[in-house]
Structures are given as C-alpha cells and as structure tokens.
Design a protein around this ligand. Structure first.
Ligand SMILES: [Zn+2]
Length: 81
C-alpha cells in the first residue's frame, strides 16, 4: 500500500486527498481469456463489489468480483464478463 507524503499540501485539502488515496488499492488481475496477470486498482471505499475492466493485454472485458474493507482487499476473482 502506498501512502502519499506531505508534498501535496499546497491548495489541496489534505484530509480528503489522503482518504481518497487510501481507498485505492492496487491488485493483480488474472485475465480469464489470455491468462496474463496485470496490475490494476480497486476503489475500496464502497466495500465489496464487482467491476468490469478490459484486459490490459488482450482488451477483452473482465468481470472482477472483489471482497474488501475500505483500504484493504481480501480477495479478487476474475471471470468472463
Ligand atoms: Zn487478456
């Protein structure tokens, strides 16, 4: 998990900025079509859910089901959308 340093304090409300960053978690998605894995990010602020994302390699749509709490992802499952 990456946290923002204190370098972005000019003009941006730091509290909102840090909260937003903390909810964006980097995960690795395995493509159900081509089998490649690629890094992606999930917005965990709304809790567990499902999102659709195109594969970074073959560009086909992947349904991503994820379980999380705000700031932490427990599991990610990819399937053909
Ligand atoms: Zn793919």
């Amino acid at each position: 998990m990456t946290r923002r340093g204190s370098s972005c304090s000019d003009g941006i409300p730091w509290r909102a900025g840090i909260q937003k960053m903390d909810y964006i978690v980097e995960v690795r998605i395995e493509c159900p079509y081509c089998g490649e894995t690629f890094p992606s990010t999930l917005d965990t602020s709304q809790g567990s859910g499902r999102t659709i994302e195109d594969c970074a390699v073959c560009c086909r749509p992947i349904a991503i089901d994820y379980e999380c709490e705000p700031g932490e992802v427990f599991s990610v499952q990819s399937s053909r959308a």
